[in-house]
Design a protein around this ligand. Structure first.
Ligand code: DGY
Length: 305
């Protein structure tokens, strides 16, 4: 029997399988993440750990958790975990790929459409009683149909966004590691970010990248907040060198209410809900538990990071 610390209550009954396998499961019941000290203390005597992307698993935590054998991250990304430090300690790390691809691609497209057609602003105008008549020149947005979409990151989610774009007859340009990003950005009406966050991709959308984009372009980010230099994004929006941005992810998360980015015009931000559908989240829970059961059993995880 192993002791497993789970850093948040999960949707569905996947955790029951850990208990059914005889493991002792300690679930953090608060909606807010455990403080790093609390995380360290609760993990110190655990052999298994189930983490959210908001839990930082660093050397200090791993040093304290001497019996830890398996970490299951409840995310497709693993940038919150020091993978090299875990490998040095023979701790397996698993993630939840594929099952959130469509949910995240749907959200990327929803953000793209909402930003292009100013849905949130328009809704606010109606709800607040500011909308007084049909306006011949009001609420003009950007065409999505037939526009050029640059997808940064040719992985599973990027490809799923390209599939959706095909239904809108968009011209899709996919940019991978070896492609010329700035050349692609010059052609973009929309840019959607799907690269993993690594030291190489941090601030891949910086001031120079934003300057390469057309002033009519719209940036969508459902990848990781660190892909974008938010100071540069704020300046580009304020100076109307970029038409809009729609973000599911920011750096940090949550963005403090007084963060200067939030005062920028034509900005839409949602609270990292890319995978937030009932189906995706319960499949993620099942996968995370599959990873833990294998890791605790000494078998290779089915979905390693
Ligand atoms: C992930 O799993 O990495 C996603 O960002 C969660 O929505």
């Amino acid at each position: 029997m192993a002791h497993v610390f789970v850093t948040r209550a999960l949707a569905g009954d996947a955790l029951d399988r850990l208990a059914a396998a005889g493991h002792d499961v300690d679930v953090w019941e608060d909606n807010l993440p455990p403080h790093p000290t609390e995380l360290r203390e609760r993990t110190a005597n655990a052999q298994g750990l189930l983490t959210m992307l908001s839990d930082r698993v660093d050397q200090q935590l791993l040093d304290a958790a001497t019996g830890l054998r398996a970490i299951a991250n409840y995310a497709v990304g693993s940038d919150n975990i020091d993978l090299e430090a875990a490998a040095r300690r023979d701790i397996q790390v698993g993630v939840t790929p594929d099952v959130l691809t469509d949910a995240t691609a749907d959200l990327a497209f929803a953000l793209l459409l909402a930003a292009a057609r100013r849905i949130v602003e328009a809704n606010a105008a109606v709800q607040s009683g500011r909308w007084r008549t049909w306006e011949a020149r009001g609420w003009l947005g950007a065409d999505v149909h037939g526009a050029t979409l640059v997808i940064v990151g040719p992985g599973r989610i990027g490809r799923a966004v390209a599939d959706r774009a095909a239904g809108f007859a968009m011209n899709v340009i996919t940019v991978g590691r070896d492609d010329d990003l700035h050349q692609a950005l010059q052609q973009a009406d929309f840019v959607s970010l799907h690269a993993p966050l690594t030291p190489q991709t941090r601030h891949v959308i910086d001031a120079a990248a934003l300057a390469a984009m057309k002033p009519t372009a719209i940036l969508v980010n459902t990848g990781r907040g660190g892909l974008v230099d938010q100071g540069a994004l704020r300046s580009a929006l304020e100076d109307h060198r970029l038409a809009g941005a729609a973000l599911d992810v920011t750096d940090p998360e949550p963005l403090p209410a007084d963060d200067p980015l939030l005062t920028a015009p034509n900005l839409l931000v949602v609270p990292h809900i890319g995978s937030a559908t009932t189906t995706a989240r319960s499949r993620m829970a099942a996968m995370a538990v599959d990873n833990l059961l294998a890791g605790l059993d000494g078998r290779p995880m089915p979905h390693p990071a």
